[in-house]
Design a protein around this ligand. Structure first.
Ligand code: SF4
Ligand code: SF4
Length: 245
């Protein structure tokens, strides 16, 4: 067995990692347990594996506030998208760019249809510079990147990428562990907050866009000459006539 295969085999699975600060009673239970959980330790090795295949990154108000405060919102704008998920929920995401080959195919098909998110789940973050192996927005990186690969679901912590090479690395201080746990909890809180607000905001914005479009149409119609209006009426009438088949 190669050294790498051995390392993979010895790596604790998500269930075997102990991320929580053990409470007194849990410590006693752990003492009794036949196979105590491996202590969660983490040190990012900067392998950049996560930035290269992160897929859509969920964003929160925390991120928007940070970018507004630092005057960098425009840097993120081209990659922001409201994602209507298959389960009915809505997320604000940092959307990966489609691979070049797909982009060329798409242009040949329909230049206006965006690549579905489902096809970008393993794609590189748009703000990662592959050549220089560098995050282009490190100081303003989203909260989700600050807590990766740890998440908190409201009850428990979980490691979302057990293959992350940083897991199990020694050298994490108590303070760093506490900060990572705090960030994971904050991410859970912020994600809940934006997921409650987004459906309402998205509806309000769509209504406003519709009203603006209607207003622009009415204004354009009022400026039309009688001749143009007659032509338009004719086109409408033609479209309403039943087709002969
Ligand atoms: S978080 Fe993990 S996968 Fe991402 S760069 Fe650090 S070690 Fe690599
Ligand atoms: S924003 Fe930076 S840290 Fe986060 S995935 Fe992109 S390149 Fe990586």
């Amino acid at each position: 067995m190669s050294e790498n295969e051995k390392e993979e085999k010895d790596k604790p699975s998500n269930e075997e990692l102990d991320v929580e600060e053990p409470k007194q009673e849990e410590k006693e239970v752990d003492k009794e347990a036949e196979k105590p959980k491996a202590k969660f330790t983490f040190k990012c090795t900067r392998c950049d594996k996560c930035c290269l295949a992160r897929g859509p990154i969920p964003l929160t108000f925390w991120d928007l506030e940070l970018w507004a405060k630092n005057g960098v919102v425009a840097n993120f704008m081209p990659y922001l998208e409201i994602y209507h998920k298959p389960d009915g929920g809505i997320d604000l995401i940092l959307k990966p760019l489609p691979p070049k080959k797909d982009e060329e195919n798409k242009k040949a098909r329909d230049p206006f249809s965006p690549t579905p998110i489902e096809e970008l789940l393993e794609e590189k973050c748009p703000l990662y510079n592959k050549e220089n192996k560098q995050c282009l927005v490190y100081d303003n990186r989203p909260l989700s990147c600050r807590t990766y690969p740890l998440e908190y679901d409201g009850k428990n912590y979980k490691v979302v990428d057990v293959d992350c090479p940083g897991i199990g690395e020694e050298g994490m201080t108590k303070e760093e562990l506490a900060e990572m746990r705090d960030n994971a909890k904050l991410m859970n809180y912020e994600l809940t907050r934006i997921r409650i607000a987004l459906p309402v905001l998205s509806q309000l914005i769509s209504q406003k866009v519709m009203m603006d479009l209607m207003r622009q149409n009415i204004e354009a119609m009022s400026k039309m000459s009688d001749e143009d209006r007659a032509k338009l009426d004719e086109i409408f009438k033609k479209n309403q006539e039943p087709s002969e088949e």
